[in-house]
Design a protein. Structure first.
Length: 204
């Protein structure tokens, strides 16, 4: 056993997090480590018991509803890969701490910000206890620059306001990567303003 480590790969949608996770897992498999892959049961992107990157690579995964279940599913594993960390309940911080105490290597991915550009789930705490954090950027779908750090929510092609319901019925909902200049979060009345840079100003 090499001692514990906890690597996080984070960034907005479409920045290649799962692709990078799969690359690191394959290296562990080549090194003949016992690897288990975990994915939250709420992830709607992959329907079966596997994780898949947008370029079509995939690996078998164990679907888990409550983070506490991870402990019993990875007992014989040396390396544990966890996709979509932001979707797990808050026990995920204790679960990963315990796995680190047991000397395991954990590699996880997660969106650090939700569509409102607010910290997503337990990602802040997880990034604090991680031994390594890699922030990947995506290509901005609006201006084409390579510094997209935000995930833009669009409903029927228009930027979603911050009070839009978490689950949309009827409307055509999509997400795309945007840079801080192109990211938009309209107020409830639908007045579209780019809040990306404003969020960084001090309160008056
Ligand atoms: Zn842009």
């Amino acid at each position: 056993m090499d001692g514990y480590s906890f690597e996080i790969i984070t960034g907005p949608m479409s920045c290649g997090k799962t692709e990078e996770l799969l690359r690191r897992i394959r290296r562990c498999i080549i090194a003949k480590k016992k690897v288990k892959v975990i994915s939250p049961d709420v992830d709607t992107r992959s329907k079966g018991d596997y994780i898949e990157s947008r370029n079509g690579l995939w690996l078998d995964a164990i679907k888990v509803k409550h983070s506490i279940e991870i402990l019993s599913r990875v007992k014989d594993a040396e390396v544990i890969a966890i996709d979509e960390l932001q979707f797990f309940d808050s026990n995920i911080v204790k679960v990963i701490s315990q796995l680190m105490n047991e000397g395991k290597k954990i590699i996880g991915t997660g969106l650090e910000l939700d569509f409102k550009a607010e910290p997503f789930g337990s990602m802040p705490e997880l990034m604090c206890i991680a031994t390594k954090v890699d922030k990947l950027h995506a290509v901005c779908m609006k201006c084409g620059c390579e510094h997209a750090t935000r995930t833009q929510r669009l409903i029927d092609g228009k930027p979603a306001d911050k009070n839009s319901p978490l689950i949309m019925i009827g409307g055509d909902e999509t997400y795309e990567a945007r840079c801080i200049k192109c990211y938009e979060l309209p107020d409830v009345k639908g007045r579209s303003k780019a809040l990306g840079l404003k969020l960084l100003q001090f309160n008056k």
